[in-house]
Structures are given as structure tokens and as C-alpha cells.
Write a protein that binds this ligand. Structure first.
Ligand code: FPP
Length: 236
């Protein structure tokens, strides 16, 4: 598809839902669904950054995902580790800086260190940002921000009366531009605690397709839909 005259979101969010259902509908294990999701993600990210989108946030693992079967959580942790250590180097070639959001220090230390490795590897990249939400919850992000600002107030670095939206932003996990467009695959129409502060004025799109099948063509359709939306930010 020709992207020449299309408006692109500056910050795109993707809630990669439906890996499990994709797999069970084929008689495969849920883990195989995640493996296919990861395979799809790699090619989709190359396509998205190539089209000129600057910032992408991914919902990879929520704080609530820890309640899943141990076998599935263990598989996901191994998958993340492998991706960060061995398979996401293409992001550096695309000049994309990788950052993480979430309570990452509660994850197994080898996942945490693989994430830090990728962050370190790409920290000089300037053409794009990939924000990976890992062990992430939007409400916890707000709780953690309140704790940080409270400490600054208590220790005299800022006065409570000087707290603004900018101060709040600076104290979230990452200081990113506002989300413009959020895609949640698999037909579920919920926001599920994903970047709730940053998505205040985002447009949402809920395609039926399960994430492993969410192809470049499907992404083109999403962008066409984004171009039909009239964003008013509360004005007329
Ligand atoms: C939701 O599908 C998906 C996840 C919890 C994991 C997403 C992870 C990947 C795509 C792997 C690679 C990602 C990164 C960023 C390294 P689900 O299991 O909830 O599906 P279901 O609703 O059909 O059960």
C-alpha cells in the first residue's frame, strides 16, 4: 500500500492478543501460539518502522499474566530472553532504541539482564523507539509514579503545588509522547490496563484477527481506519 498521503500515528500501541486462541484453534499448545506471535512481531515491527512510525509500545506481559499456568509463564520468560539476547538485534540495524516499562525487577534475573542488554545495545539509536511493556500494569505505573513524586516532595526537590502533567510524565516508567492509536487484536474490546495515562486521547481499533495472523495487509487496513478518525482532543 502507498503510504505517501497517509497520516501516521507518532506513537502506536499494540495489544498483541489472541496467541492462545490462535494455537488452540489449530490443536497446538498455547506456547506455540506465543512462538508464532513472536515470529509475526519481528516482521511486523520492521514493516512499521520502515513506514516511518516513530514510537511503538507493545503489551508483552501484564502483571496479571503472572496468574497463568507456570508452564506458560516459564515458556514466555524463556522466549523473551531469547528474543532480547539473540533476535532483536535487527532493531539496532533499524536505528531503533529499545526501552522497557513495568516492574521488570520482579521478573527472573536472566530476563531482566537480557532486557538490560538490549537496552544498552540500542541506547544510541535515534530513528525510532520501541517501548516493551513487561510485567506491566497501568495502575501500578501510576502507583509507582506517585511514590517517586512523593519522595521528591518529602525530600524537598519539588513543591506539591509545582506538580504538573509534565512532572507526572517525567515520573512514569518512560517519558514518551502521548499514544495516538492503539490496536488490540483478536476482537476483544478492552483496554486492559495498557498505558492508561498515555492513552488519554488515543484512538482505538479492534480487528478480529488473532495476533499471529495480524499481517502487513491487516496493518495497512488499521492505518486506513486511523486516517478516517477525526481527532478532537475534547474540542469541537
Ligand atoms: C496475549 O495472547 C499475548 C501474550 C500474553 C504474550 C505476547 C507475547 C509475544 C507476542 C511474544 C513476543 C513479544 C515481545 C514484545 C518480546 P493470549 O495468550 O492472551 O491469547 P488468548 O487471549 O487467545 O489466550
Amino acid at each position: 500500500m502507498d503510504y505517501m498521503d497517509l497520516k501516521l500515528p507518532n506513537h502506536l500501541g499494540i495489544i498483541m492478543d489472541g496467541n492462545g486462541r490462535w494455537a488452540t484453534s489449530r490443536g497446538l499448545s498455547r506456547s506455540e501460539g506465543h512462538r508464532e506471535g513472536a515470529r509475526n512481531l519481528k516482521s511486523l515491527l520492521s514493516y512499521i518502522f520502515d513506514k516511518g512510525i516513530f514510537c511503538v509500545s507493545l503489551y508483552a506481559f501484564s502483571t496479571e499474566n503472572n496468574k497463568r499456568d507456570k508452564k506458560e509463564v516459564d515458556y514466555l520468560m524463556k522466549l523473551f530472553m531469547k528474543l532480547f539476547k539473540e533476535e532483536f538485534s535487527f532493531l539496532k540495524d533499524l536505528d531503533v532504541k529499545v526501552v522497557f516499562s513495568g516492574r521488570i525487577h520482579f521478573l527472573p534475573s536472566d530476563v531482566w539482564s537480557a532486557a538490560s542488554f538490549l537496552e544498552e545495545e540500542t541506547k544510541m539509536c535515534k530513528s525510532g523507539i520501541l517501548n516493551i511493556c513487561l510485567n506491566y500494569g497501568g495502575q501500578y505505573e501510576i502507583v509507582d509514579m506517585v511514590k517517586k513524586i512523593s519522595l521528591d516532595v518529602m525530600e524537598g526537590r519539588i513543591m506539591a503545588s509545582d506538580i504538573t502533567k509534565e512532572v507526572v510524565l517525567e515520573n512514569l516508567y518512560q517519558n514518551l509522547p502521548p499514544l495516538d492509536f492503539v490496536i488490540r487484536t483478536s476482537g476483544e474490546k478492552r483496554t486492559s490496563n495498557f498505558m492508561i495515562y498515555q492513552a488519554a486521547y488515543a484512538e482505538y481499533y479492534f480487528p478480529e484477527t488473532y495476533f499471529p495472523d495480524f499481517s502487513e495487509k491487516e496493518f495497512d487496513l488499521a492505518i486506513l481506519e486511523y486516517n478516517k478518525r477525526k481527532r478532537r482532543f475534547g474540542g469541537n
